[in-house]
Every structure is written in structure tokens, then in C-alpha cells.
Ligand binder design. Structure first.
Ligand code: 13P
Length: 276
């Protein structure tokens, strides 16, 4: 099996330009040269250009936290795939639960009217994934259930439905080349990661949905990451699971020591185990 794990850091709304550049300068010597792992950082839009330049001679890839589907036009505040490629991005996260307005820790100050700013749906995520692929950006498509959905026993149905809808209309080759991130909403930013065997089970369901819709070759190639309170402490347990091809890391990606340790763990697992 030839899947190389992907460790991507989602910096979310953190880091000035100077802080971001300092962080990747600390990361590069710790991560460059690791075999059998791909590492990416996804800074906020304001830092993409500078961080991209700092990464020029590095193996660390640059990703955006979101992307719009049109190439240009009257879309105030949006960033198109060609704009992201222009500053050096090769990845774009799409459909993160926070962009869908699905939060693990409800924010009482966010009224329903204000929450509309986080308006992504499976349909918009599908447009974004298609556009990203059309321009040569690799999407990291996020899916995951909320706590009420899990408690209602609807995890598998919710996640499978998101995968089908978000990937609708893509070719098997396109699906083979993208990454899906299973991020249970209740595990994000809570310090309460999903238990590794359960994360592995849901990632396996995601892969089986891909197999049913796009065939065995796409299912064997597509990378299914886990995200939600990944740390340097639980990384080995999670990433050594057979269905989990790396992590989408939030908080721990803001710390060069922790993030590079997660990348090192993934590299060792990939060398030792199923990727040999
Ligand atoms: P945390 O690692 O901070 O839980 O965030 C996960 C996440 O949402 C990554 O996209």
C-alpha cells in the first residue's frame, strides 16, 4: 500500500506574519528530511505569502484554510484557487466544521444571525473541492459528527452522507488524490480526542463509502486523516491505526516541538508498518 501519511497543521485564526515565519523556521530543521510523511501548514490568509516564501526550500507544503470556487470576480473577502496557488499553496482545507458553523464548544455570544457567517454546507464544500481540484490544489475535505449526532447513534450515517455529498461529481482519479479528514466536532479543541479504535472504525467507513462510489483503487489511495485534539502524546495511538493516514492538527500545530514530534511519529509508523 503506497499511502504516505499527511500531517497538516491548521493554525486557524492564530499567528501574525512574524510569528508564523518564526514557527516554520523552527519546524523546517525538525521536519525536513523525514521520510514517508508529508507535512503541511495552513496559516491564516494574511500570513500565507510570507510563510510560503519562508518555506521555499523546504519539504513542508503550504495550505489555505478555505478556498472559494470562482477564479475571480465580485466576491468580497473570498480567495480563489489561482490566488492561493499564486502564493505557493498546494493544499486547501474545505468544509472544516468551524466554517460550517458546527462548533464543539458552543459560543453563547454568537447569535443565530451572526452565526450565518459560518455558512458552509455540503453543497458549498462540494463546489470548493471541485474548484480546488480543477486548478490543481489538493483539497483536505473535512467531515464529522456533532456530539448530539453521536449520542443519537447517527455518526455513521452523518459522516457517510457528508462524504457522498462533498465528493459528488468528482472523478475516481480526483478522489484518489485528495485527503478526507475525519474530525468529530466534539473532539475539536476540547482535549478529548476520539478513542483510536473508534476513530479507526469511522475512517474505515469513510474509505468504504469511497470504495462503493469510486472503486477500490480510489479507496486504496485516498488519505483519511483524523483530527480533533491530536497531540504528541496520542499521535502514535491514532496514526498507527490501519485506516488513519495522518492527522489534521489544530492547537498542537502552533508549537514547533509538538507538531514536529507528531510528524516524526507518523514517519516512524509509516516506515515500520503498512507503508513499507
Ligand atoms: P484541535 O487539534 O485544536 O482539536 O483542532 C483540530 C482541528 O480542528 C484541525 O482542523
Amino acid at each position: 500500500m503506497a499511502r504516505v501519511p499527511l500531517i497538516a497543521g491548521n493554525w486557524k485564526m492564530n499567528m501574525t506574519v512574524a510569528e508564523g515565519v518564526t514557527l516554520v523556521k523552527e519546524l523546517m530543521p525538525r521536519v525536513d528530511g523525514l521520510g514517508k510523511v508529508e507535512v503541511a501548514v495552513c496559516p491564516p490568509a494574511t500570513a500565507l505569502h510570507a510563510v510560503g516564501r519562508a518555506l521555499a526550500d523546504s519539504q513542508i507544503a503550504l495550505g489555505a484554510q478555505d478556498v472559494f470556487w470562482a477564479a475571480s470576480g465580485a466576491f468580497t473577502g473570498m480567495l480563489s484557487p489561482p490566488m492561493l496557488i499564486d502564493v505557493g499553496c498546494t493544499y486547501a482545507i474545505v468544509g472544516h466544521s468551524e466554517r460550517r458553523g458546527r462548533f464543539g464548544k458552543p459560543d453563547e455570544s454568537l447569535s443565530p444571525e451572526a452565526a450565518q457567517v459560518f455558512g458552509d454546507t455540503d453543497a458549498s464544500v462540494n463546489l470548493k473541492a471541485k474548484a480546488a481540484l480543477g486548478y490543481g490544489l489538493s483539497p483536505i475535505v473535512c467531515v464529522g459528527e456533532t456530539l448530539p449526532e453521536r449520542e443519537d447513534g447517527r455518526t455513521d450515517e452523518v459522516v457517510a452522507g457528508q462524504v457522498r455529498s462533498c465528493l459528488a461529481g468528482l472523478s475516481a482519479e480526483q478522489v484518489a488524490g485528495l485527503a478526507l479528514a475525519y474530525e468529530p466536532v466534539w473532539a475539536i479543541g476540547t482535549g478529548r480526542a476520539c478513542e483510536a479504535p473508534e476513530a479507526n472504525r469511522v475512517c474505515g467507513i469513510i474509505r468504504s463509502v469511497v470504495r462503493d462510489a469510486y472503486g477500490a483503487a480510489a479507496a486504496d489511495s485516498v488519505r483519511v486523516q483524523y483530527g480533533g485534539s491530536v497531540s504528541e502524546k496520542n499521535a502514535h495511538d491514532l496514526i498507527s491505526q490501519p485506516e488513519i493516514d495522518g492527522g489534521l492538527v489544530g492547537g498542537a500545530s502552533l508549537d514547533a516541538t509538538k507538531f514536529s514530534q507528531i510528524a516524526q511519529v507518523a514517519s516512524v509508523i509509516a516506515k515500520d508498518m503498512r507503508y513499507a
